[in-house]
Design a protein around this ligand. Structure first.
Ligand SMILES: [Zn+2]
Ligand SMILES: [Zn+2]
Length: 327
């Protein structure tokens, strides 16, 4: 099977012909229909995350069809459409797994990082971490739901009941979260790279009542801010834009260093927190909510062989919505 392979971090992916993967116990073999490109893939390729499996097939926003089942796999039928997210396996016995925090599992394994992912024609996945895909979405439309959607949703949940919601970095996750937030009746304020008028317009088209530069103050103090851009300097900016008792949630897996800032920005019970990975419950909840909330995804498709171009476009901020690879 053909795959886009990472052999050395810091180098471009190369197309390779790999042996056909075989599903092990509780695994399914999936013919990939679409795999979205996540910023985390860039962090993996660039070597910003420690110890990836090498060589590695990246990609953790996979939608495909079950074509073979391994021993004891019975959750999905042959021909059924499934999604594979970032969380690929957990131990089930550590204190985090036992307390409903499997996203923090001590021995968790992640798709497209420690496990081969979806930049390929075929992939295998543990069926216990796969999800049925709502029928109303095509493969390409559904792919960004699997990470931008799921982890975006977990990030939004950490904002609690916040009514005035700020979003910093209006990419793939933000464009989905914005729609859910509007569905929940929240007021939306979008912050982009200074001068990025296109992204600001995109945010307004998705229901933001205000969109402006990340360095600008919002018209009213935020109740919570979500940061999706991997830019540590946004943390003090978001704190300054947030009112008393407000929360700033960092939704990414990697960020540049956060500059020091005066304590008064945190004072008055403001909170800064991060979100790590996802639980299967997040996925079930979000995939049920997305069609009800009328979430639509904006995508740009690339042939699998052009994975490097998709990564470059994401890096360059040239995308509106999500890049999706089609084998
Ligand atoms: Zn565990
Ligand atoms: Zn991701």
């Amino acid at each position: 099977m053909r795959a886009a392979l990472l052999t050395h971090v810091g180098e471009p992916l190369a197309m390779a012909e790999l042996p056909m993967p075989h599903p092990g116990p509780r695994q399914v073999l999936i013919r990939v229909g679409a795999c979205a490109v996540c910023r985390t893939d860039l962090h993996v390729v660039d070597g910003e995350l420690p110890d990836p499996k090498l060589p590695l097939v990246p990609g953790h926003e996979i939608v495909g069809t079950v074509v073979e089942k391994g021993p004891e796999a019975g959750r999905f039928a042959i021909g059924e459409r499934v999604g594979v997210p970032w969380l690929g396996w957990t131990c089930g016995v550590c204190e985090y797994c036992r307390s409903g925090h499997e996203n923090l599992c001590e021995r968790a394994r992640f798709t497209g990082y420690q496990l081969d992912g979806g930049y390929a024609e075929l992939t295998v996945a543990d069926e216990r971490y796969c999800f049925a895909i709502p029928e109303r979405y095509g493969d390409v439309e559904a792919a960004p739901l699997l990470c931008a959607g799921l982890i975006g949703y977990r990030t939004l949940r950490m904002a609690g009941e916040a009514e005035r919601l700020g979003i910093y970095g209006f990419g793939a996750a933000a464009h989905i979260v914005a729609q859910v937030a509007r569905h929940q009746g929240r007021r939306l304020f979008a912050f982009t790279r200074p001068g990025d008028v296109g992204a600001q317009q995109f945010a307004r088209s998705l229901g933001a009542e205000w969109a402006g530069d990340s360095t600008a103050p919002p018209p009213a103090p935020l109740d919570a801010a979500l940061i999706f851009a991997p830019v540590g300097a946004l943390v003090p900016l978001a704190l300054a834009a947030t009112g008393k008792g407000g929360t700033v949630v960092c939704g990414g897996i990697h960020m540049s260093d956060i500059p020091s800032f005066p304590y008064r920005l945190l004072w008055e019970e403001r909170v800064v927190r991060s979100v790590a990975n996802l639980t299967r419950q997040d996925a079930e909840e979000f995939l049920a909510l997305a069609p009800v909330a009328g979430v639509r995804t904006e995508t740009r498709t690339y042939p699998l062989a052009e994975a490097n171009r998709a990564l470059a476009d994401l890096r360059g901020g040239a995308l509106q919505g999500a890049a999706v690879l089609v084998p």
